[in-house]
Design a protein around this ligand. Structure first.
Ligand code: SAM
Length: 313
């Protein structure tokens, strides 16, 4: 794989001595494959696929390659997903009964996992802006057998009219510069330029402004990318903290091979270490960044809202 010279120079500057290991891992072309079981299916662990390499940070996650043509995939018992992507829905720590929005949801890796965590209780709204991708999202979610899922094909800002302040948790798995896709899909390299992370960051800020309005006071916002670029990752996390002072960054558990977010990649605020960086030279996965925010405004509470509505009638 030929990485762009400017990309190599950028990470040599950012990572110093560590850059060689990072760049070598990307250039190795060795893609880490994984899959998840679907807890919504009866006897979901009784599959023929090899379950000998479980992951310790995702109860339903395993290392290993599966094919989309297999019966177990077609019937929704398995979902192919690279291991670092699995930690996003895990970090969201969704509880049955919650109202969850997956704002950038296709093809559905995180949505299918979130649906499993809801256990049929509460609501998952899985939104995808691109109509063609939304159809793939629908197919993948349908296979899970989840019944408490609404699939939408909307621009994030258009959701505000119906869903302002509605969701307990909003996941923005943002469209990004995709540097963590380089090994899996070398075509992703052709989109990359020095300016691309900044362009992606601008788009992410717009999406996150909508996400903020869709989140209920006291809710949690999860921001993730599959890139290593500081202009997105830590700098977007720092921007969120500055823009929305009631947001606090929550510490995410770091399992073996997981790195802290790097304050020096943004404005130096120490709390950025609470985010997670998954680097392919430390972790068995393609690469991700995850930051989880808690809004500290008082929660209105659903019961209170209903009581208020009744008293207004
Ligand atoms: N969460 C997905 C999963 O785990 O399978 C992957 C999401 S992918 C990283 C980002 C998604 O954001 C893409 O499906 C893309 O179509 C969508 N997207 C692109 N531009 C967008 C925008 N302006 N607003 C919202 N979503 C956008």
């Amino acid at each position: 794989m030929n990485l762009p010279v400017k990309f190599i120079e950028k990470y040599q500057q950012l990572l110093g001595e560590e850059a060689t290991a990072f760049l070598t891992s990307l250039q190795s072309g060795k893609v880490q494959k994984g899959f998840r079981l679907n807890p919504l299916k009866p006897n979901f662990k009784q599959v023929r696929t090899d379950l000998s390499r479980p992951l310790n940070y995702v109860a339903t996650g395993y290392l290993g390659a599966i094919t989309g043509r297999s019966l177990e995939h077609q019937t929704g018992y398995l979902y192919s997903q690279e291991p670092s992507a699995m930690y996003v829905a895990e970090a969201a720590a969704v509880q049955p009964g919650e109202y969850i929005l997956d704002l950038c949801a296709a093809p559905g890796g995180k949505s299918t996992q979130l649906a499993g965590k809801l256990q049929g209780q509460g609501l998952l709204v899985a939104n995808e802006i691109d109509a063609k991708r939304a159809r793939v999202l629908a197919e993948n979610l349908e296979r899970t057998g989840a019944t408490n899922v609404q699939i939408l094909n909307e621009q994030p800002a258009k959701l505000i009219k119906k869903f302002k302040g509605f969701f307990d948790k909003v996941l923005v798995d943002a469209p990004c510069s995709g540097e963590g896709m380089f090994r899996k899909d070398p075509a992703a390299i052709t989109y990359w330029s020095v300016d691309y992370p900044r362009e992606c960051a601008n788009r992410q800020r717009e999406i996150l402004k909508s996400a903020w309005q869709l989140l209920k006071p006291g809710g949690q916002l999860i921001y993730s990318t599959c890139t290593f670029a500081p202009e997105e990752d830590e700098q977007i996390a720092a921007w969120l903290l500055a823009e929305y002072p009631t947001l606090k960054l929550l510490p995410l558990k770091k399992y073996s091979g997981m790195d802290n977010g790097r304050p020096e990649f943004a404005d130096g605020r120490a709390e950025l270490t609470r985010a997670v960086r998954l680097f392919p030279h430390h972790f068995q996965g393609e690469g991700h960044f995850i930051a989880k925010f808690q809004d500290t405004q008082p929660q209105p509470g659903r019961r209170l809202k209903r009581a208020k509505k009744r008293s207004n009638q």
